[in-house]
Design a binder for this molecule. Structure first.
Ligand code: SIN
Length: 288
């Protein structure tokens, strides 16, 4: 199966056309898609797909082990109520209600973050299938943490090189989740990890900033106010418009993004219009 790749942004996004993800693609095509994804800078979209949940899982598995798959760790207890009832690999991002029960996490990720960065082995890829989208709004922003790192001064790069940051689900729990929803177990250290502030991508060798406002609690070894000031600077820098790409969804889009080099932010500006996405999350390596 041949496909073509067209850049959507100068540094981080491309569109792949010519693929039907309901079909088995074979190792060579998957390898080429993976290379196109890395070459694009971390985001590819494959439009007009008609994936069942099973297709989505089968395609995603070829990018690595999935959170929630048999024998793999779940995303975390707090979001277990938002997983697909028959497919625990699928996290449902949805504001829809079925039989009086929320079918997914409404307005998930309305803050800059990198998926699951609070785990020792955080997400490499996330793969989102757009099932229902609002007429307008509900876009997702992506910030290019490799470009942001590259644009820092050499002095700042040297300062950041030895630093480590603590990532903790408790940061998001405090600001993004209503109290009764958070499962206490998720706050007891199982969702806390320490990672380098600058990570080297395991596949491309490129360096990226690896801190995010959603989950990073502080930099090790600094006073709280010092840590806050440095992190706030890095977040303001990384989210400058020249590093940010805004993705406008269409129904049937399948977007693969690389959490190792991108942060993302789901814009919740669509009122009560239905928005329903299904996400698989590929377990990555320990950041180095
Ligand atoms: C997420 O995975 O953070 C949700 C992204 C989105 O809904 O656009």
């Amino acid at each position: 199966m041949d496909f073509t790749v067209k850049p959507l942004s100068p540094s981080l996004a491309a569109e792949i056309t010519g693929l039907d993800l309901t079909q088995p693609l074979g190792a060579n095509v998957i390898g080429a898609v993976r290379q196109a994804w890395l070459d694009a800078g971390g985001l590819v979209v494959i439009r007009s797909q008609k994936l069942t949940t099973a297709h989505h899982i089968a395609f995603s598995r070829q990018f690595g082990p999935l959170f929630g798959a048999p024998g793999q760790p779940p995303l975390q207890d707090t979001v277990s109520r938002y997983l697909h009832p028959e497919h625990p690999e699928i996290y449902r991002v949805s504001n829809k209600v079925e039989g009086g029960v929320a079918m997914g996490r409404a307005r998930a990720g309305t803050y800059w973050h990198s998926d699951v960065s609070f785990r020792d082995r955080p997400a490499a890829a996330s793969i989102l299938n757009a099932i229902e989208i609002p007429a307008v709004g509900g876009d997702t922003l992506f910030a290019d943490m490799a470009q942001a790192y590259a644009a820092l001064s050499d002095t700042m790069k040297k300062t950041l090189a030895p630093l480590r940051a603590v990532h903790d689900f408790a940061v998001a729990a405090a600001s993004q989740y209503a109290k009764p929803i958070v499962v206490e177990k998720d706050l007891e250290g199982g969702n806390r990890s320490v990672h380098p502030v600058v990570r080297t991508h395991a596949e491309t060798g490129r360096k990226s900033l690896y801190v995010n406002p959603g989950f990073t609690s502080h930099l090790e070894g600094f006073a709280a106010a010092e840590s806050r000031a440095i992190l706030d600077y890095l977040y303001a820098h990384a989210t400058r418009p020249e590093f940010v790409y805004r993705y406008r969804w269409q129904r049937g889009d399948v977007v693969i993004w690389d959490n190792r080099s991108l942060m993302h932010y789901a814009v919740a500006d669509y009122g009560d219009e239905p928005r329903y996405m299904e996400r698989t999350t590929v377990i990555g390596e320990r950041p180095q």
